[in-house]
Design a protein around this ligand. Structure first.
Ligand code: HEM
Length: 270
């Protein structure tokens, strides 16, 4: 062990007797749970399940891009445009139009904010703890997984901002974006190879994030037994792969002309 420093001699403590983290003021229950690393990991796991649910549901919804036009009240319209309108009309007349959708969106935004905050504060806790040890930690595998979660998480966040600006808010110049015209907006956007490449790369990052996330979530939830670890890995890989294949199929299908937008197909049904 290293000889005590002058500061340690003056304070009468050594690095071995000093607490790793300074004491923090405890908040009342249940907020004190979120002050612990285990509490933050639980918040990450629960919000991660909510976000994963959204990503799966969103991917299945987008499969309607392949279905082309259908007849709706005597008009030929794109199936995915009808679906977009259906989401805005959810639980009408119990709620005014778009209110229930906003309720779901607030839930999703809340999950997103907590997921990122828990990740950020766990990273800070982790760094502070690592620096407090006398010798350098050497957790190669753990570091690779958690570092890759940080990088892929930041890339997915940047992609999400671009994606919303592109398809939800119509902020990207020269894309002819129009509110409610989902099929046309997706085809206009993804027929640009640069945009298609951004979607493909970001969705590969998302799949890596989901794989590590689902795998370590089981550990957080206490399901960590050699008997189940193979199953855990297979489940994480299956989910990540299904989302990857589904999501990258959309830009590829637009570039290949399998998903297209043909205005001449629209109008009164004959
Ligand atoms: C290639 C894959 C994807 C396609 C084709 C796609 C397509 C779309 C479209 C067309 C919209 C707008 C819908 C509308 O305005 O009615 C949308 C909204 C959205 N997308 Fe995606 N998306 C993809 C992947 C993702 C991924 C991976 C995420 C999350 C990481 C995501 C998150 C969102 C969110 C949060 C919204 C806003 C939902 C809302 O307004 O309530 N999307 N997406």
């Amino acid at each position: 062990m290293a000889a005590p420093t002058a500061a340690e001699q003056a304070s009468g403590t050594t690095s071995a007797s000093r607490p790793i983290r300074p004491a923090i003021r405890r908040r009342p229950f249940p907020f004190n749970l979120y002050q612990t690393a285990v509490g933050k990991k639980w918040v990450m796991a629960i919000t991660g399940i909510m976000l994963l649910g959204f990503v799966l549901y969103h991917m299945f919804g987008n499969i309607k891009l392949y279905l082309g036009v259908i007849e709706e009240n005597g008009e030929m319209v794109y199936d995915i445009d009808v679906y977009g309108e259906f989401l805005r009309e959810l639980l009408v007349p119990l709620f005014p139009r778009t209110w229930f959708l906003w309720l779901l969106r607030f839930g999703l935004i809340g999950a997103f904010v907590f997921h990122i905050h828990a990740a950020y504060s766990l990273t800070r806790m982790n760094l502070a703890t690592n620096n407090a040890y006398e010798s350098k930690r050497d957790w190669l595998a753990a570091n690779f997984a958690s570092r890759s979660m940080r990088y892929t998480g930041v890339i997915v966040l940047a992609y999400l901002v671009f994606h919303l600006a592109d398809l939800t808010w119509g902020w990207i110049p020269n894309t002819d974006w129009e509110r409610g015209e989902v099929q046309a907006n997706v085809v206009n956007s993804l027929s640009n190879p640069v945009v298609a490449a951004i979607y493909i790369v970001a969705n590969v990052m998302l799949a890596i994030h989901i794989f590590h996330g689902v795998y370590s979530m089981f550990q957080t939830l206490g399901i960590n037994n050699p008997q189940y670890n193979r199953l855990r890995r297979s489940l994480a890989a299956t989910l990540a792969l299904a989302i990857l294949v589904g999501n990258i199929s959309f830009p590829i299908a637009v570039l290949a002309g399998v998903i297209d937008y043909e205005p001449s197909l629209l109008g009164p049904a004959t």
